[in-house]
Design a protein around this ligand. Structure first.
Ligand code: PEP
Ligand code: MN
Length: 344
């Protein structure tokens, strides 16, 4: 249920109402915007009389929230959420006009590789380094990632460049390691989007969670997964469209659903970014899809960049070289200037 509070209501009366509602075992989420205060009620709202609520002098209107996603629902939080970096390593916020350019290799392969790519993408204007240390590979015989050593190298790359790191967490058992290394943004990959036990544990981490859309996941399923993380206590969720499985597999690895961007932006206040690398599986399509994502209103993009794509240990065919990324980056920033006023 959504309760819109009148703009002249005193904080004392709002607090009184909140207490009355929480005493009824409802979860009350308060949104204080510049123009509006909204109370979102989660739980069994049958226990409150809607007409009685409407009649209160501090209440402007009351409406039902029929959607199953609650905390992530834009009705709860009409403004865009701004996800901030929680540690002292610096780094940019994401959402509400703050644009993220995440770039780096699919997998961390060596010290030289990650340090070189990190410097190159930074010079090109990226504001986050991405790189997988723990890799979810279709074949158990393929490179599985450098594991904890790879995470250590990402931390070195962060020290060298000052850029925050984004890396994938696959297993509950690695949560403490990720917390100890102060991973700035924790990626939950497409294969784990519905690993609810893992999602529930993310509530005890303060790092933002970059949640990818599942391999054949619907938009609602993605939002419900975000809901698991938020309900467990971590509100800092960034959604990522990375393509879904469709009939097409001859010419693209996945089908990048760019319509998900405006759909999600309407439904939720969470930032939405796009990964055109996994979304297409082809380096030659990354530029057009990255630019299209920006035109569609994305809050950021994630791009795989490798110094030697032909010999990459994973996802070489979809990886840009640093010069290609640098060229794309210029276009990204130029286009962003044009579209920003449409979306902020
Ligand atoms: C990745 O980012 O390298 C990755 C494995 O992504 P996804 O989960 O989208 O396949
Ligand atoms: Mn990859």
């Amino acid at each position: 249920m959504i309760v819109i509070i009148r703009s002249d209501a005193s904080q004392e009366k709002i607090e009184h109402l909140k207490k009355w509602l929480t005493d009824k075992e409802l979860i009350v989420r308060e949104f204080q915007g510049q123009e509006q205060c909204v109370l979102g009620l989660i739980g069994n709202t049958n226990c409150v009389d809607k007409d009685m609520l409407k009649s209160l002098d501090i209440v402007e209107s009351v409406s039902d929230m029929t959607e199953t996603f609650k905390a992530s629902n834009r009705k709860m939080h009409p403004d865009d959420s701004v996800v901030k970096m929680p540690f002292s390593h610096g780094g940019s916020s994401i959402g509400g006009g703050n644009f993220a350019v995440m770039a780096g290799p699919c997998s961390v392969e060596s010290r030289e590789q990650i340090l070189f790519i990190a410097e190159e993408i930074k010079a090109a204007g990226a504001n986050f380094i991405r790189g997988g240390a723990f890799k979810p590979r279709t074949s158990p015989y393929d490179f599985q990632g450098m594991g904890a050593d790879g995470l250590g190298l990402l931390v070195e790359a962060r020290k060298a460049t000052g850029l925050p790191i984004v890396t994938e967490l696959m297993d509950l058992r690695d949560i403490d390691l990720f917390m100890e290394k102060e991973v700035d943004v924790i990626q939950i990959g497409a294969r784990n989007t519905q690993n609810y036990d893992l999602l529930k544990e993310l509530g005890r981490m303060k790092a933002p969670i970059l949640l990818k859309r599942g391999l054949a996941g619907t938009i609602k399923e993605l939002l419900m997964s975000a809901e698991y993380i938020m309900a467990s206590g971590n509100e800092n969720v960034i959604l990522c469209e990375r393509g879904i499985r469709t009939y097409e597999h001859d010419y693209t690895r996945n089908t990048l659903d760019l319509s998900a961007v405006p759909v999600l932006k309407k439904l939720t206040h969470l930032p939405v970014i796009v990964d055109p690398s996994h979304g297409t599986g082809r380096a030659d399509l990354v530029e057009s899809m990255a630019l299209a994502a920006i035109a569609a209103g994305a809050d950021g993009i994630m791009i795989e960049v490798h110094n030697d794509p032909k010999n990459a240990l994973s996802d070489g065919p979809q990886s840009l070289t640093p010069p290609q990324f640098s060229e794309l980056s210029e276009k990204i920033f130029a286009l962003r200037e044009v579209v920003k006023p449409w979306y902020v």
